[in-house]
Ligand binder design. Structure first.
Ligand code: IPE
Ligand code: IPE
Ligand code: MG
Length: 245
């Protein structure tokens, strides 16, 4: 029985988030420049998007560039932004043909103008699609997302649009960039690092975490199925006891 056949549709996560890490090390091990790793990180993106759409997963959030990544050498940043534009151009047809919607979280205003324009165009072009939603986290910082939410909440409270008694999880979540998107049930991080790196700190409260030592350019559809299968075999207790479930 193949890994795919072992997956139980009803037990699949609705939302998978991935920290796509290890491109630089993958390239270095091959004696190549880091950007070669980023270039080879596009195929696994294709594979997880395709597999998610086929399996009927609703949301796939991909951590592509963090706020902290702006601190990298300028040549690497430029190459990454260039790669983003060329990938968007290449993927547009695929997203449209497969009813995939694109969203972003993060501070797009920090991106170079042409990159931002390409992204905005693709977001608009796919806005009415009803299949898989791919959420690209770009120039994203979860702490900053929470701080921005706090700012807006204070503003709305001062303007009398919100009363302190109304504040609860549902209200708070409406102020996050992920408003309307369910929390991920599964987080995958490649490259053998065991950390969250400022990703979805609020949203991951009860997410199942899956770490693999595979470097992102080596991650493939079978690895993805393996992570999903691992998820299906977990017992999510949400604070209760096994017996209560
Ligand atoms: C992940 O791979 C891609 C980005 C952060 C943009 P890295 O570039 O972090 O690769 P490593 O972790 O240095 O190997
Ligand atoms: C996290 O990877 C960000 C992305 C995958 C885009 P990093 O490589 O930037 O994370 P750290 O710095 O090792 O924690
Ligand atoms: Mg890294």
């Amino acid at each position: 029985m193949s890994l795919k056949d072992k997956l139980i549709r009803e037990k699949l996560p609705r939302h998978v988030a991935i920290i796509m890490d290890g491109n630089g090390r993958w390239a270095m091990r091959k004696g190549a420049a880091r950007i070669f790793g980023h270039q080879n990180g596009v195929t696994p993106v294709d594979e997880v998007v395709k597999a998610s759409a086929e399996l009927g997963i609703d949301y796939l959030t991909l951590y592509a560039f963090s706020t902290e990544n702006w601190g990298r050498p300028v040549e690497e940043i430029d190459a990454l932004m260039g790669l983003l534009v060329s990938t968007i151009k290449k993927e547009t047809k695929k997203l449209l043909d497969n009813n995939i919607r694109l969203l972003t979280i993060g501070d797009l205003t920090k991106l170079p103008e042409n990159t931002r324009m390409e992204l905005v165009q693709l977001i608009e072009a796919t806005a009415a699609n009803t299949g898989l939603t791919v959420v690209l986290a770009l120039s994203y910082s979860s702490r900053y997302e929470i701080i921005l939410a706090a700012r807006e909440i204070i503003k709305d409270t001062l303007e009398g649009k919100l009363s302190p008694d109304e504040m609860n999880c549902d209200t708070f979540e409406r102020y996050l960039q992920t408003a309307g998107i369910p929390d991920p049930e599964l987080l995958i991080r490649t490259s053998g690092e065991f950390r969250i790196s400022n990703f979805l700190l609020y949203q991951l409260a009860y997410t199942e975490l899956y770490f693999t030592s595979k470097l992102w350019p080596d991650f493939n559809t079978e690895d993805y199925y393996e992570a999903l299968l691992d998820y299906q075999n977990r017992e999510r207790r949400f604070g209760k006891t096994s017996e209560q479930l």
